[in-house]
Design a protein around this ligand. Structure first.
Ligand code: GDP
Ligand code: IMO
Ligand code: MG
Length: 422
């Protein structure tokens, strides 16, 4: 934790690395936890005391009752989904109203943005991204084309602004010949969500965060998705629509680059990807199925199978570079407990060309692997590093050497308690 700084905790591969779990573990050390990008396409799982929560838009610091949580300006928010998510927490006994602040500058996902998401996907033929269908792409597109609605808009003459934008969307949908949809019920809940959101502090969160930093307080920026899904640095066009990298913390919270402290890069002991797009380490054999089954690799938002493979050092090195990662956090080590050998992708190869740098077009590359012995020991009950079997220590040391970055936290199970700080 760095006082007066924003530490970033970023997924550095294809998302679902375990960001929610680690943010929850880190929260006691921080004053503010803030989401800076993405929206309800995210699904962050937190497990403690036998309870499980999956958060979409609300930061994972929400379970520590005395901390401020912020949904920053770089986020997009769907009022109906926000209401459902927040009510679940309120029903579980968490008081949110005073300590969950929403940026007036965050953009609103309209029901028709979700219809547009489906319509654009349907029109894409074989290049479908496999979006979560939450309206992320259309909402960020609209932000960039300067026609979107922001949270602050709900405070003034909202009905008229909503109707005008909805009419524009309906026209686009007619032009796309995509007319078989009915959002009547969705819209009713959405409007109820807008009303519900009005009871939360809708603030200039960038001013609030900068004031806190001047007072020496500490902020944890919670990433969503991962670097390989970043709109600039991911496997475009098979990406999400925001900057998920560290630069996105500055734009998505309104903080200066020199206010960034530690950059925690989080990854799994293996790789997964949900949705379409290149994935050189993907395993189509029973090893891939075994990783999926043991790791419960099914999407937290859509329930889809996650594609599985070995750890990808090409992607990790690239992510460490573009994010300026200072510390690595390795999750789900326990999932590999029963494997007799473990592989790590050290390079990509195509048409006789080998590269260790992330190529512009990741399509069609084959992974080149190193092979290491597995540890074949149950890690899930271990509470300190000295209990680790030598083969696991060797795997960690190998990754640190390859990535030239320390791995400071190792996760050996989904529970808050199964986290080992080195
Ligand atoms: P996020 O989107 O990055 O927050 O990650 P998700 O919540 O989508 O996916 C991570 C999944 O792995 C969740 O189901 C977690 O409960 C689970 N998980 C997190 N850390 C560990 C771990 O160390 N071991 C195991 N077995 N599961 C973990
Ligand atoms: P968290 O924060 C994994 C993927 C989708 C799709 C692509 C674009 O839980 O790690 P979108 O709906 O954003 O337009 O979809 O990005 N995707 C994620 N994959 N984890 C996520 O979030 C994701 N958010 C989006 O599957 O391939
Ligand atoms: Mg997730």
């Amino acid at each position: 934790m760095s006082k007066g700084k924003v530490d970033a905790l970023l997924g550095i591969v294809f998302g679902d690395e375990g960001k929610g779990k680690v943010v929850d573990v880190f929260t006691p050390k921080y004053d503010i936890v803030a989401r800076f990008a993405g929206g309800p396409n995210a699904g962050h799982t937190i497990i403690f005391d036998g309870k499980k929560f999956v958060l979409r838009s609300i930061p994972s610091g929400i379970f520590a009752e005395d901390k401020i949580n912020i949904i920053g300006n770089g986020c997009v928010i769907a009022p109906d989904l926000f209401m459902a998510e927040a009510r679940e927490l309120e029903d579980a006994g968490y008081d949110l109203r005073s300590r969950l602040h929403i940026s007036k500058r965050a953009h609103l996902i309209l029901p028709t943005h979700r219809v547009l998401d489906r319509a654009y996907e349907a029109a894409k033929g074989k290049n479908k991204v496999g979006t979560t269908g939450k309206g992320i792409g259309p909402t960020y597109s609209e932000k960039a084309s300067r026609t979107g609605l922001r949270v602050g808009d709900i405070l003034d003459n909202f009905e008229a602004k909503y109707k005008a934008l909805k009419a524009r969307h309906e026209e686009i949908l007619r032009n796309l010949n995509y007319t078989d949809y009915d959002i009547t019920e969705e819209e009713r809940l959405w409007m109820e969500g807008v009303e519900y959101m009005r009871s939360f502090p809708l603030t200039d969160t960038e001013i609030e965060i900068n004031k806190a930093l001047r007072e020496g307080k500490s902020v944890l920026a919670e990433g969503a998705q991962g670097t390989m899904l970043d709109i600039d640095h991911g496997t475009y066009p098979f990406v999400s629509s925001s900057n998920t990298v560290c630069g996105g913390v500055c734009t998505g919270l309104g903080v200066a680059p020199n206010s960034i402290g530690e950059v925690f890069g989080i990854f799994k002991a293996y790789s997964t990807r949900v949705g379409a797009g290149p994935f050189p380490v993907e395993l189509f054999d029973e090893t891939g199925d075994r990783i999926r089954e043991i790791g419960h690799e099914y999407g937290a938002v859509t329930g889809r199978n996650r594609r599985c493979g070995w750890v990808d050092l090409v992607a990790l090195r690239y992510a460490i570079m573009v994010n300026g990662v200072t510390q690595l956090i390795m999750m789900k080590s326990d999932v590999l407990d029963t494997f007799s050998s473990i592989k790590a992708c050290v390079a990509y190869e195509k048409d006789g060309v080998r590269t260790t740098d992330m190529p512009f077009d990741t399509e069609g590359w084959q992974a080149v692997y190193d092979e290491l012995p597995g540890w074949q020991t149950d890690l899930t009950q271990m509470t300190s590093e000295d209990q680790f079997p030598q083969a696991f220590k060797d795997y960690v040391a190998y990754l640190e050497r390859q990535l030239e970055t320390p791995i400071t936290i190792l996760s050996v199970g989904p529970d808050r308690a199964q986290t080992i700080v080195r």
